[in-house]
Design a protein around this ligand. Sequence first.
Ligand code: T4K
Length: 370
Amino acid sequence: MNTSTMITVTSPLLPDIEEFHELLKEVWNNKWITNNGSFHRRLEAALAEYLKVPYVSLFTNGTLPLLTALQALRITGEVITTPYSFVATTHSIWWNGCRPVFVDIDPATGGIDPDCIEAAITPKTTAIMPVHVYGKPCKTKEIQAIADKYGLKVIYDAAHAFGVEVEGESILNAGDMSTLSFHATKVYNTVEGGALVMHDEKTKQRIDNLKNFGFTGETTVIAPGINGKMDEIRSAYGLLNLRQVDAAIEARHQVAIRYREALRPVKGISFWDDMPGVRHNYSYFPIFVNAEEYGMTRDELYFHMKEQGVLGRRYFYPLISEFSTYRGLPSSTRENLPNAYKMADTVICLPMHHVLSDVDIKRILDCVVK
Ligand code: T4K
């Protein structure tokens, strides 16, 4: 197969090269290329406005905000989380010296099932880390009610949830903090990048200090911080991408409409429709294969697509709880996580991005629709 004819699961949103060049000239003129420069400040303000959140702190990727949120909230002991995510979610808990406790997911959203949380709480539990997987909102009200009852913090891994709103309100306002990833493969990207969203200025200040080694001035370090600062070049790139992200989301929406129309009659293939009252970002398009009804297993379909040059991905297979670091944990058993196993064993994310052509969409659907 000629690699140029391959259809990848995603394709990055790229700013206009001439406009980027103009902004680069400004960065060059400023001779200030990182450490809270003017583009960094402009992007934080622009994102806060676009995302309808009070404060944003930019980071160099989407993993550091997870690590930093746990640090800032002084999370210790056990953190209840989902096995159905990218490994960075659980790694951030482990890197903070805490123990991840996996609970099962809600098959209707792919997110953590609030009904499973209470049984997993022990005297050592200090926080819950749910994930808005594929950008589908978790049951935030139910999760918050449990957190309030037991005095737990809630940090949402919202890496996939850029721009997602419920009844006109940003999903990023739920919980104590939310994290975003601006990796190249995301709906909105700054090449590599990420952010933490918080509710108050004091927390924003603390996070800004923590991502700058814990410095509060030239000679004062208030905490064991890290280097998480986004530079001026990526910040400038991010400002340009913000201008076109709505159009990119709409283009993805149109792809989702085409997929749903073609796949609805296919026996053994299921997928999610939009949730009422939700502004989705169409960051991924997962389908679920019922092998008996479809006549092919998920893996058979996945490899058939691959042979045709259609590179879907089995996000999120295997479950995080199956990786060697985590599989020995008491909460990692199949019996504890039946819905998560089922989803991981049946999912394929179809290619989904803003520049999928009609020809691409037809090729993708020709693989799946028999
Ligand atoms: N929490 C969650 C829930 C996450 O999903 C992630 C990251 C994080 C936290 C951590 O955020 P970051 O620290 O990464 O910002 C990708 C991404 O690397 C990762 O960001 C993402 N989640 C994860 C779900 O997917 P891979 O290893 O599957 O990506 P890769 O390199 O195979 O790329 C996928 C496809 O995208 C390629 O086949 C082609 C296309 N692509 C990729 C790149 C990098 C392009 O067309 N151009 C590109 O530049 O992990």
